[in-house]
Design a binder for this molecule. Structure first.
Ligand SMILES: NC(=O)c1ccc[n+]([C@@H]2O[C@H](COP(=O)([O-])OP(=O)(O)OC[C@H]3O[C@@H](n4cnc5c(N)ncnc54)[C@H](O)[C@@H]3O)[C@@H](O)[C@H]2O)c1
Length: 343
């Protein structure tokens, strides 16, 4: 079995990827310090995968601890690096926290990979690297715009670090940069999903928490954008589809020369905030209490992906739709209290 280090493997996208790695015949070695995830995720992952998982409660910026893990697993063949802080608004308030964690964790990981001869790295990047692009859909050739937040800038810097490493002397690390659009949904079992600590910054957890009565009201930020119904448009991708792309990326890298390639991961379709709200109401049968409000600073008007390159090169494409993702997110919300309190 091919062993893969998964930093941030207890998080939203990391946990779904752990499931797909096991389904694909890989053995994940999870490293997470649980700064933005619940320990119960591990028990729930073991229930889904029906196996005991290898887990380290370690901060990825701790180089000594990371070296120790790799020493204990000399057969590691690759890594997927999810561990990072991800809240755009928080990054504006606490930039140092974001630069420290997101950049140092990558520097430490790549140093350790280099020292121990671990070749393949899949990196969690984001469509935030594009800012508000001039042309839609966005392809991998679309130039970066100036990052709107420290979070977005950390993704641009990390991508640049990996591109530079490949050009460096004596480099042995090969990387794939996966630029996620808007991951949503949950595992169909309802055992794992998105677990925002505090007030969610993302639309879907806000919707499900409002429908569950945990939040009084939802505000739609901006109704005067140049979009069909005036609200922001995003490319919402089911997290299970997204997770599967990581397995495809590892398989694709395995027999290729060292390099650095980027891939957009989206559905290729844009949905407005109001479309999402109405689809949620349809699939859940719940009436949402929402109000129309002003624009929120930092939001781009509309963005959606061309995932042609991932379709053609990785042989990956999305299989699930917005309604599936919203149904699964609602199922997760309904089961959430049981799962996080019982283990
Ligand atoms: N969710 C999104 O909308 C989205 C979009 C684009 C890109 N991304 C990127 O994908 C990755 C995963 O995102 P997610 O939504 O699963 O986030 P998440 O917060 O749910 O998961 C990240 C995990 O990493 C852990 N972590 C953070 N810093 C760590 C450290 N120093 N050491 C060890 N563990 C650490 C957290 O505890 C958490 O379990 C992140 O890099 C994020 O920036 C996410």
């Amino acid at each position: 079995m091919i062993k893969i280090l998964v930093t941030g493997g207890a998080g939203f996208i990391g946990s779904h990827t752990v499931v797909e790695l096991v389904n694909g015949g890989f053995q994940p070695v999870i490293v997470d310090n649980f700064c933005n995830s619940h320990r119960s995720v591990i028990g729930n992952l073991e229930e889904i995968t029906k196996q005991q998982l290898i887990v380290y409660d370690v901060d990825c910026t701790d180089e000594l601890a990371m070296r120790q893990i790799v020493t204990e697993h000399p057969d590691l063949q690759g890594a997927i690096h999810f561990a990072a802080y991800k809240a755009v608004g928080e990054s504006v308030r606490f930039p140092h926290k974001y630069y420290h964690n997101n950049i140092n964790s990558l520097l430490v990981l790549t140093r350790v990979m280099d020292a121990f001869g671990i070749r393949n790295l899949v990196f969690s990047s984001s469509c935030t690297v594009y800012g508000q692009p001039d042309q839609l859909p966005v392809s991998e050739e679309t130039p970066y715009q100036l990052a709107e937040s420290p979070y977005g800038y950390t993704k641009q810097i990390c991508e640049r670090i990996l591109q530079d490493l490949v050009r460096g002397e004596g480099n042995t690390i090969s990387s794939v940069l996966l630029r996620y659009f808007n991951p949503i949904g949950a595992h169909p079992s309802g055992l794992i999903g998105e677990l925002p600590l505090g007030v969610p910054e993302n639309l879907i957890p806000y919707i499900t928490q409002t429908a569950a009565g945990l939040r009084e009201q939802l505000t739609v930020f901006g109704t005067d954008y140049s979009t069909p119904d005036g609200t922001c448009v995003r490319d919402y991708i089911h997290v299970v589809d997204l997770a599967k792309a990581h397995v495809k990326a590892l398989q694709w890298m395995a027999d290729r020369p060292v390099g650095c390639e980027s891939f957009n991961l989206g559905t290729g379709r844009g949905n407005s905030v109001l479309e999402v709200l109405h689809t949620f109401e349809e699939v859940s049968g719940e009436k949402l209490n929402y109000v129309l409000g002003d624009r929120r600073p930092g939001d781009v008007e509309q963005i959606y992906a061309s995932s042609e390159k991932a379709n053609q090169t990785l042989g990956w494409k999305t299989e699930l739709h917005l309604a599936d993702a919203l149904k699964d997110a609602w199922n997760w919300q309904l089961k959430l209290e049981t799962h996080t309190s019982s283990k």
